[in-house]
Design a binder for this molecule. Sequence first.
Ligand code: SF4
Length: 144
Amino acid sequence: MARIGILTCSNATQDLGCSSASCLADFRKRRGAFADYSKDEPLDLVGIINCPGCPTLTGADKLLQRIRALTEFRVDAIHFTYCMKALCPFKEKYKSALEEAFPNIKIVIGTHVEHVTTEEYRERVKKLFCQPRKTMVDMILGKD
Ligand code: SF4
């Protein structure tokens, strides 16, 4: 039995509303990064948590606190989601920091099957972020 935790990017989950449906579908179907586990080994999803946000001056410290939501529950591996793989400029630093802090936990970069190139994925995410959106400012200014 492999006990697995998943770390998502908060830009994708909190800002852009991803429910991790693709990651979880491929977890169930053992595709993408989950195909690397032996077919005889049952997979148990222990938990999912999002990154606490881009680290500014704190480096990996913020993440090391937050990842306790997974590490306190006997996980064997933590997967960084595909969105982290494609978007996060800190992923390798995070991976090293987690490997140092939790030497018995395998850190894997990736979850679901990659359906488009990384470049195309980044372009599409960029478009989502850059689309005009009405906010409270528009309401205050009577432009809603
Ligand atoms: S640090 Fe990386 S994973 Fe966390 S919110 Fe920023 S881009 Fe996403």
